[in-house]
Design a protein around this ligand. Structure first.
Ligand SMILES: Cc1cc2nc3c(=O)[nH]c(=O)nc-3n(C[C@H](O)[C@H](O)[C@H](O)COP(=O)(O)OP(=O)(O)OC[C@H]3O[C@@H](n4cnc5c(N)ncnc54)[C@H](O)[C@@H]3O)c2cc1C
Length: 404
């Protein structure tokens, strides 16, 4: 009987899944279908060190010989185009068909676009993969300092903004909302991030409405910003990402803001699992979709356990980081509006600060800026379900480890 485990997608979740299945002795059952031409690699450096340093190489999770040693068959540069659920087969763009006993969708996200800037335009960039990062690295270097407009004040836009400033660019961030990272970070942390970017010399504008684009010779020359035509030199569209769910939708799986999975990563078809950025799941009574390395890795481990016949439920303590110039942001738990923020000063030399967010007496999330030790301790507090009092966490003389 066919016992193949087919993984569609070649990102963080796929890499971690290969690892866990190989450790569980199932490597020889695995096929990985990867539309990119590269073995799975680390995505976070793409908007940070990789962009800054032209000599930096791509960091692969595992090199090609490792997959061969484990018996894992990797189909590079080939895209899964159709799932036949009744025959349990996946069809690839090359025409290859692979039968599966279990299928895992790890298709990630794709960059959200602006309709007026669709199609290939030489000076319009987005950043999801190594091809995007290479193109951007070349453009930022070729310009040797110039002007970058970033549409969207999200994590990727802000990381690139900081890198471009470092490379000598004039940078402008155009944000539609009234503050940075308004959906994922508290107003307190937003204010610190804004001050940091302004200190670096970046212009940040809020409440911005983007209108029509003037396009000539395959370049955008100007963009209507709040009704006024403004010249554009280099432009990054950083307005978030949408889950890549087209295969799942076509196959009739339940899809909301992502492929809906249960606590052991099974989709509405128990032979098909989904993990990483493309999946959504219940977290404390709410359906969420997370875009983070932590979530991709941990869901992949849970999926591997399910596939190996030892299911164990996913109950995460979500965490995330972002580096923006000299600012290291680390978050644990999920911030939401309506929580009570308690500030805790961090290391003075680094201008560190953390915000502990409470729902009544319950500690729900902690955000840190240049306070890595407080972040690590906060992670342990939340993992244990501990809720120290606001008075305790506000006092920097009280070491967090004594509250565990
Ligand atoms: C520039 C950048 C910086 C980031 N920085 C951070 C950070 O600092 N901290 C953090 O926690 N997270 C960060 N993230 C987010 C993190 O990288 C993602 O959460 C993580 O990569 C999700 O893993 P994934 O496997 O679900 O999806 P991905 O890693 O996106 O991989 C999905 C893969 O599936 C492939 N694919 C899609 N459809 C098909 C198909 N039909 N057939 C075959 N292959 C297909 C895609 O080409 C892609 O290679 C960053 C992301 C980016 C893009």
């Amino acid at each position: 009987m066919n016992r193949n485990i087919v993984i569609v997608g070649g990102g963080h979740a796929a890499a971690q899944l290969c690892n866990a299945l190989a450790e569980g002795g199932a490597g020889a059952r695995v096929h990985v279908v990867c539309e990119e031409a590269t073995h799975p690699y680390q995505r976070p450096p793409l908007s940070k060190s990789y962009l800054k340093n032209p000599a930096e190489a791509l960091q692969l999770h595992r090199d090609a010989p490792w997959y061969i040693t484990q018996g894992i068959q990797v189909h590079l540069g080939d895209r899964a185009t159709h799932i036949d659920r009744s025959a349990r087969k996946v069809r690839l763009a090359s025409g290859t068909e692979i039968e599966y006993e279990s299928l895992v969708l790890a298709t990630g996200t794709r960059a959200r676009t602006l309709p007026q800037l669709e199609g290939p335009l030489a000076n319009v960039m987005s950043l999801r993969n190594v091809a995007d990062a290479e193109a951007m690295r070349a453009r930022l270097r070729a310009e040797g300092g110039g002007r970058l407009t970033v549409v969207g004040g999200g994590f990727i836009g802000l990381e690139v903004a900081a890198t471009a400033r470092h490379l000598g660019f004039e940078v402008q961030v155009l944000e539609a909302a009234s503050r940075l990272l308004s959906r994922s970070a508290s107003p307190e942390l937003s204010a610190i991030i804004l001050a940091h970017h302004q200190q670096m010399g970046t212009e940040v504008r809020f409440g911005v409405r983007i209108g029509a684009a003037r396009i000539e010779g395959g370049r955008v020359l100007a963009l209507e910003v709040d009704g006024v035509q403004e010249h554009v030199f280099e432009l990054l569209v950083g307005i978030g990402a949408v889950p890549e769910v087209s295969l799942a939708q076509e196959a009739g799986l339940e899809v909301a803001n992502g492929i809906v999975v249960d606590e052991v990563m099974r989709s509405s078809d128990p032979a098909i699992l989904a993990v990483g950025d493309c999946s959504c799941f219940d977290y404390r009574g709410q359906r969420v979709r997370l875009e983070s390395v932590q979530n991709a890795n941990d869901q992949a481990k849970v999926a591997a356990a399910t596939l190996l016949g030892k299911p164990a439920a996913y109950h995460p303590t979500p965490w995330f980081w972002s580096d923006q110039g000299g600012l290291r942001l680390q978050m644990v738990g999920l911030w939401r509006p309506g929580l009570q923020a308690v500030a805790r000063p961090g290391p003075a030399a680094a201008n560190g600060m953390s915000f502990f967010h409470y729902d009544g007496e319950l500690l729900v999330a902690v955000e840190s800026a240049n306070a890595p030790i407080d972040h690590m301790m906060a992670r342990r507090l939340l993992e244990k379900g501990a809720s120290p009092t606001p008075q305790q966490v506000a006092d920097p003389a009280v070491a967090l480890k004594t509250l565990l």
